[in-house]
Structures are given as C-alpha cells and as structure tokens.
Design a binder for this molecule. Structure first.
Ligand code: SF4
Length: 350
C-alpha cells in the first residue's frame, strides 16, 4: 500500500518537499488542499505542477475511506461504518447540536480494554489507527454531508490513550491554523483510565477536554464493569485526575453510565459525592445503552433523575446526557460488531 499523505503534519510535508527537490512553500499548498479543500485526488491540486502531482501519486495516496453503511436516526444523528482500505472497518458518529456539528471518532480498530457494557468488546482488536485515519473520519463525513464540523470527541471505538502518539499527532493536525483549525477546546478525549497516560497528557500543555469513564466509585463494581480498574484503581485514577486539573486548570468530565440495580442507587450517589468532593469537575450521567448479550440494562428515568438531583444538591454539577441515535446502532462498536463477520473473543485487557 502507498503511504497515506494525511499522516504527514505540516513540518513533515515541508521536509518531504525538500526530499523531492521542491520548494518548502509547496507543503502549505498541499496541506490546504488536503485538510481545507478536502480533495479526493492529487489532480485537484491545481496550483501544484503536474510533475509534483505525479511524484505524489507515485508514492502516496489520499486514503479516502469508503462508506460501507450509513444509518440515520430520527433525531438526525448519523452513524457511519467506514472501510479503512485494509479489510477493516471502523465507526464514526455525526451529531448536530445548537452550537454546530460534533463528530465522534474511533481511535483504534477494536479495543483491548474489555469494558463489559461496550459493544466493542467481543470483536478482536486489530490495530491502532494512524493520525491520518483519525482525521480522515472527519474529512469523509464533511465530504459526505457537505458541512463543516466544529467539534470532535474521541469516544468511538478504541481507547485513545492506548494509541497516544497517533492521537496527539491527529490533534495537532486538526489544530493547525493553516489547515482544519479546530481549537483544542473543541476536542475532547475520553479515557477508561490509563493513569500513566493521564499524567503524560497533563504535561502536554493542550487545551483539550478530558473525560474519564468512571461509572462507579466503588472498586469492586468498577472492576466488574471495567477490567482496567484492576490495573489502575479508583484512588490512583483520582490522584491522576487531580494532577491533570492542577496542571491544566481545566474541568474534568466524569462519565457515569447508570445501570439498573447496579450503580444507580442512592448509596452509589453518596460514594460518588465523597469521591469527587472539591474537584473541578462535571458529571455526565449516561442512560446505559443496552448491548446484545450484555449484563447491564438502562436505569429507570426516575432513578437517573434522583441520582442527578442528589449530586446537584451536594454541589457536584451533574447533567443527564441527551440520548442521541437510540433508534440506530449508536452505541460505540454496535454497527461494526454486526458487520464484522467473524466475531472473535476479545483479547485480554491491557
Ligand atoms: S468503552 Fe471505550 S475503552 Fe471501554 S471497551 Fe469500549 S471502546 Fe474500549
């Protein structure tokens, strides 16, 4: 396979131009064609000489994803299953809010974390996505819908901090003012709690939002839901989160998926208040998406509201996430799981 030119950041493209005997300013022109004009062939780069276009064609491709399937929800949420051109498939979801379009992207093909409530569990981990493949999800949806996406969340298939370098590179490409120019504040990274990587991220001096999939404030319950908790328990995770807040002065968002008769009672809410007391944070309560053969089912609306009200009364800002795409396979991994013919057991978590 030819190299994916979308894996090159602007500095690397400049270096490439030098190697090809071209002027470095050509790099900015190519960067704009790729990330602003969103071209699908090198021939569309009309201010580039035919000779350079031919050199690029010989060695690179633009890695244009094919849409295998697109589901459209009644609420406008759109879910894509993309063919990533090596026989694998990934998912991305487009959501429309008052403030604009948000894309939820995948960071890996499959996931090693094995969270019990997640449809990505049960399909074998294949590989990390490259930075170019992460950005192509946004570009492919922009082409398909003829829109400009203003926000991006790493909440699709995969653990973004388990693919740290490529995710960081993708963020810097998205961020580049000469390209997509998406401010880091408009990018959110969601992690299951890879503690060493949270410390590393805190030291990056990025303005991205960090979301932690917490889901329980009790180690026993959390380990049952998320095997990663056996490696990095809640105390270590909270310590890392406090470090992140101290370094970045940014509020952390804790994701809490409420599962019926599991983590949704008042005792759980009390434990959560104790755990997060005094932290610069927000709690995002998520009515759990039931997955095929999954152990967990959605909490009642009454319990979800009681849980939220209790947290708010105790001074922890909590909101209930709006359910989007509930009539399509919107939970991460569901669509891919259906489409991947050979469903092999997941690998051992981390
Ligand atoms: S919830 Fe996220 S980290 Fe957990 S298995 Fe699913 S994709 Fe992986």
């Amino acid at each position: 396979m030819k190299k994916n030119i979308k894996d090159y950041n602007l500095d690397e493209l400049k270096q490439l131009m030098v190697e090809l005997g071209e002027k470095p300013y050509r790099a900015e022109q190519i960067f704009k064609w790729i990330f602003i004009e969103n071209v699908t062939s090198f021939d569309e780069m009309t201010n580039i000489s035919i000779d350079l276009r031919n050199k690029l064609k010989e060695n690179f491709d633009l890695h244009i994803f094919n849409i295998i399937q697109k589901q459209v929800s009644k609420d406008g949420t759109k879910k894509y299953l993309f063919d990533v051109l090596d026989g694998n498939a990934i998912e991305s979801v487009l959501m429309e809010y008052k403030h604009g379009f948000t894309i939820c992207v995948s960071s890996q093909i499959g996931c090693k974390m094995g969270c019990k409530f997640c449809a990505s569990t049960g399909v074998k981990f294949a590989r990390n996505l490259s930075s170019g493949e992460i950005v192509e999800q946004l570009l492919a949806v922009q082409r398909d819908e003829n829109i400009k996406i203003s926000n991006l969340v790493f909440m699709g298939i995969g653990e973004p901090l388990d693919n740290y370098d490529n995710v960081m590179k993708a963020i810097k490409i998205l961020n580049n003012q000469k390209g997509i120019n998406m401010g880091a504040r408009h990018i959110s990274i969601s992690t299951s709690g890879l503690v060493p990587k949270i410390y590393k991220l805190a030291d990056e001096d990025l303005q991205c939002t960090l979301s932690i999939s917490l889901h329980s404030s009790n180690n026993k319950k959390r380990s049952e839901m998320m095997p990663v908790n056996d490696v990095y328990n809640i105390e270590e995770l909270i310590k890392a989160c406090k470090y992140y807040i101290e370094k970045t002065n940014k509020r952390i968002s804790f994701e809490y998926a409420l599962a019926k008769e599991d983590n949704d009672n008042l005792k759980d809410a009390k434990e959560l208040v104790k755990l997060l007391n005094g932290m610069l944070c927000h709690v995002n309560l998520i009515p759990i998406n039931r997955i095929e053969n999954g152990k967990y089912s959605k909490s009642t609306n009454e319990n979800i509201m009681k849980f939220r009200d209790y947290l708010n009364e105790k001074g922890i800002v909590a909101t209930i996430r709006r359910e989007l795409g509930s009539d399509i396979d919107a939970a991460c991994g569901q669509l891919r799981k259906k489409e991947v013919k050979k469903c092999e057991p997941t690998q051992k978590p981390i």
